[in-house]
Design a protein around this ligand. Structure first.
Ligand SMILES: C[S@@+](CC[C@H](N)C(=O)[O-])C[C@H]1O[C@@H](n2cnc3c(N)ncnc32)[C@H](O)[C@@H]1O
Length: 215
């Protein structure tokens, strides 16, 4: 998608993916993601997700990456936090306590920008991207992570013949194809979900939660 698409969604308040509650995949699987250790968690395409705050309150450091400045401003304003802001060549770094958001294009940020991370969480990031962008998204995500790092990934699959995303349908086969060569792939949960629009419920949307461990 063009950056303008996302700018427009935020400018017009069309952020139907945003949830006021913590995602169930996170609360159910935090220990699997962090191996029970204090971790630095990478959250690509983070929006203003409340899951970031959940991670921070559980004692972890968080580094989110979000393209749209408005989303980053809303995130800190909604949590009454006054971040320090440092502008860099590829990313503007917002930081308040253990929460960092890099306002940048995910595809531009480097390991130097992100720093050391232990694991990653993807909810509505891979499935926000059209098929032609998903290969380079997965390669870039893997480049930012060390060997052994777990990724908690939530995907959505539905009959997309009559409708198209975002969110885009991502099949089980696609998860195996894209991550299988570089990661151990384990599915933690699978089933119908109500956490989608009526349009996707009618299209039979099913959600899967995956734990991918980078070789
Ligand atoms: C579907 S939303 C999901 C947000 C968040 N993960 C959540 O669960 O609420 C996708 C987000 O990715 C951001 N985004 C899209 N393309 C991006 C890119 N290339 N780099 C960084 N962020 C991007 C959008 O602005 C949007 O906030």
């Amino acid at each position: 998608m063009e950056p303008g698409f996302w700018q427009q969604r935020w400018a017009t308040g069309q952020v139907g993916w945003h949830r006021e509650e913590v995602n169930e995949a996170v609360s159910a699987n935090l220990d699997r993601l962090t191996s029970g250790r204090r971790s630095r968690i990478l959250v690509p395409l983070c929006g203003k997700s409340r899951d970031l705050v959940y991670f921070a309150r559980a004692g972890h450091d968080v580094v989110g990456i979000e393209l749209v400045e408005q989303a980053v401003h809303e995130f800190f304003a909604e949590h009454d936090a006054k971040p320090t802001v440092v502008r860099g060549p590829r990313a503007t770094r917002y930081r308040a306590r253990s929460l960092t958001i890099l306002q940048a294009d995910f595809f531009d940020v480097t390991r130097d920008d992100v720093g050391e991370v232990d694991c990653a969480y993807d909810r509505a990031a891979l499935i926000a991207l059209p098929p032609e962008d998903r290969g380079r998204y997965v390669s870039h995500l893997l480049e930012l992570l060390p060997s052994g790092a777990p990724i908690l990934l939530v995907t959505l699959d539905y009959d997309d013949s009559a409708t198209s995303g975002p969110p885009f349908a991502v099949s089980d086969e696609e998860v195996h194809e894209r991550f299988g060569p570089s990661c151990a792939v384990e599915r933690l949960a699978h089933g119908a979900t109500r956490d989608v629009s009526e349009r996707l419920r009618d299209a039979g949307a099913r959600e899967s939660t995956w734990l991918l461990t980078r070789h």
